[in-house]
Ligand binder design. Structure first.
Ligand code: C2E
Ligand code: MG
Ligand code: MG
Ligand code: MG
Length: 271
C-alpha cells in the first residue's frame, strides 16, 4: 500500500465515522414517455484537505480494508430516508442502489437490507440493487444470495454490462431484472456500426430473458435517439440529468416533463 493510499484510507475512515459523506441521485427515465422511473444513489466524498474524491477510487479501498459494510449501511439508510422525504412531497419513485460484490459474500445481507426497509417503512419493491458483474465468488453462492433478494421483492440490475467477464453466464443463471448497458457501448453511437450492433444485441437478449434494458452514459440527443431506436427501455446520463442534490429532484422532474418532447421532436426528419 502506497503512502498516498494509506493517507486516503485514514481520511476516508474519518469521513465515514463523522458522516461527512453525502449522496447524490441520478434519474433514470423511461424511453417510452420520459417518465422518471427511478433514481440511482451515488456516494460523494469531498475532503476538506484532499478535495473531491471519486467513488471509483475510495469504494475499492473501502472494500479492501473492511469499510464496505459501514459504507453500504450508511448509504442505504440515507437513501431510504430520502425516499420517504420525496414520497411525503408527492414524488413516488424507485431507488437504485449500488452494492459491492464484497457485501454479497455475507449470507445475512439480504435480511439486513430487508430489515432496513422495514425499519424505515419503504416497501422492498421500491428498491433495485445494482451489481457490477465479476466472478468474485462461486455462482451457486451468488445465486442463493440474489434469489433471497428477489423473494423479498427487491429488483436486481447487472451494472456496466459487457465490460466484465462471464457476463452471459451470469445473465442466464442469475435472477436479474434489469441490464445496464455500459456507457462504453453508448459513447460512439449512432455512428459506430459495432456499437449499434452490440447495444441492439444486448437489448434483444435482455428482452428475450424478460429483463429491462437500460442505456447508461447518454450525453447527446443523437445517442438518445439511437438507444431508443435500438430498443432500450430506460435511459440515464448527463443529457437527462447529472447526479442531483436530493433537494433538486422535484424541480428537475417537472422541468424534464417539459423538456422531454423537445428532445425527440425532430425525430421524423431522420426517418
Ligand atoms: P455506476 O454505478 O456504473 O455509476 C455510473 C457512473 O457514471 C457514476 O459515476 C455517474 O456519475 C457517471 N455518469 C452518469 N451519467 C454519465 C454520463 O452521461 N457520462 C459520463 N461520462 N458519466 C456518467 P460515479 O458517481 O463517479 O460512480 C462511479 C462508480 O462508483 C459507480 O458506477 C459505482 O460502481 C460506484 N459507486 C458509486 N456510489 C456507490 C455506492 O454508494 N456504493 C458502492 N458500492 N458503489 C458506488
Ligand atoms: Mg450503478
Ligand atoms: Mg454503471
Ligand atoms: Mg461503474
Amino acid at each position: 500500500m502506497t503512502a498516498a493510499d494509506r493517507k486516503l484510507l485514514e481520511s476516508f475512515r474519518k469521513a465515514l465515522a463523522a458522516q461527512k459523506l453525502s449522496l447524490v441521485y441520478q434519474p433514470k427515465v423511461s424511453l417510452k414517455d420520459g417518465h422518471l422511473g427511478r433514481v440511482e444513489a451515488l456516494v460523494r466524498w469531498d475532503d476538506p484537505e484532499l478535495g473531491p474524491i471519486s467513488p471509483s477510487r475510495f469504494v475499492p479501498l473501502a472494500e479492501e480494508h473492511g469499510l464496505i459494510d459501514p459504507l453500504t449501511e450508511w448509504g442505504l439508510r440515507t437513501t431510504l430516508r430520502q425516499w420517504r422525504i420525496w414520497r411525503d412531497q408527492g414524488l413516488e419513485t424507485r431507488l437504485a442502489f449500488n452494492i459491492s460484490a464484497v457485501s454479497l459474500q455475507r449470507l445475512d445481507f439480504p435480511d439486513l437490507v430487508e430489515r432496513m426497509c422495514r425499519a424505515l417503512d419503504v416497501p422492498t419493491d421500491r428498491l433495485v440493487l445494482e451489481l457490477t458483474e465479476g466472478a468474485t465468488q462461486p455462482l451457486v453462492r451468488l445465486m442463493d444470495t440474489l434469489t433471497r433478494f428477489r423473494i423479498k421483492g427487491m429488483g436486481l440490475a447487472i451494472d456496466d454490462f459487457g465490460t466484465g467477464y462471464s457476463s452471459l453466464m451470469q445473465l442466464r443463471q442469475l435472477p436479474f431484472t434489469e441490464v445496464k448497458i455500459d456507457r462504453c457501448f453508448v459513447k460512439d453511437l449512432p455512428a459506430a456500426h459495432d456499437s449499434r450492433l452490440i447495444v441492439k444485441t444486448i437489448t434483444e437478449l435482455a428482452h428475450g430473458l424478460g429483463l429491462i434494458a437500460t442505456a447508461e452514459g447518454v450525453e447527446t440527443v443523437e445517442q438518445l435517439r439511437s438507444v431508443r431506436e435500438l430498443g432500450c427501455d430506460v435511459v440515464q446520463g448527463y443529457l437527462i440529468a447529472p447526479p442531483l442534490h436530493p433537494d433538486e429532484l422535484i424541480a428537475w422532474n417537472s422541468d424534464f416533463a417539459r423538456r422531454w418532447p423537445t428532445l425527440l421532436s425532430d425525430e421524423s426528419l431522420e426517418l
